[in-house]
Design a protein around this ligand. Structure first.
Ligand code: HPA
Length: 235
């Protein structure tokens, strides 16, 4: 059984999947955190693996950049591979003064400039929200591990190089993270009645014009991976 974009067998995936944007990160997670892992997809180099974290069967697969890419992979994983719980682990931009580089943010909801949800929702405004139970489990895991997290509204944009005027509006409306996938992942998950949450580490403070160095990028990514993996043990 394979889809247009995923060349895996029906039972290759766990029902729980961690999804970074970058295939190299998917490989990194499998190699550094999963036991007995096996590569299950390499079509378009969108690498996917299944293995075990503390005896829990977990899959990891990259979703690429932007809603069109993420939404199609998420949809095929749900409809063809029975995936039920999706945790996006990505990087995001920030605009708020109280949110710093390397902070971890959870997207309770996701506003967007993308038309994707309007296409699906007959031009009405869809309120894209995270699954409460996954969010609660990640919240509990973060408390246990003493990780500081911010929980709030994301802004999912189709344009990485956001217009300067828009940044002020995002700050005014208390946006915790700017990414390019979450609003689409949440609506597809809702459509098929599965659970999804986006967790991101802040890689760019867009207003302060700061970015995480490539060395720190890896260690801040590690905190988020552990947080996501530990939260799956509470399911
Ligand atoms: N904008 C959108 N997506 C991002 C950003 C950003 O500034 N940083 C990391 N992903």
């Amino acid at each position: 059984m394979s889809t247009v974009h995923i060349n895996s067998k029906k039972n290759d995936f766990s029902d729980i999947i961690l999804m970074p944007g970058d295939p190299i990160r998917a490989k990194y997670i499998a190699e550094n955190y999963l036991n007995n892992f096996k590569q299950i997809n390499k079509t378009r180099l969108m690498l996917a693996y299944t293995g075990y974290y503390k005896n829990k069967k977990i899959s990891v697969m990259s979703h690429g950049i932007g809603i069109p890419s993420a939404a199609l992979y998420v949809r095929e994983l749900i409809t063809e591979y029975n995936v039920k719980k999706i945790i996006r682990i990505g990087t995001c931009g920030a605009v708020r003064d109280d949110i710093n580089l390397r902070d971890i943010v959870l997207g309770l909801g996701a506003s967007t400039d993308s038309k994707f949800n309007r296409i699906q929702f007959h031009n009405h405004d869809y309120s894209a929200i995270a699954d409460f139970n996954i969010t609660y489990n990640v919240f509990l895991a973060a408390k246990k591990m003493n990780f500081k997290i911010h929980i709030g509204n994301f802004f999912t944009t189709d344009s990485f190089y956001t217009d300067q005027d828009m940044l002020g509006i995002l700050k005014k409306y208390n946006i915790v993270g700017i990414d390019m996938e979450t609003a689409g992942i949440y609506s597809v998950a809702s459509e098929f009645k599965v659970q999804a949450l986006s967790i991101c580490t802040v890689s760019d403070h867009i207003l302060k014009k700061e970015s995480v160095s490539s060395k720190d990028r890896e260690s801040s990514f590690d905190d988020m991976i552990i947080l996501a993996l530990e939260s799956t043990l509470l399911i």
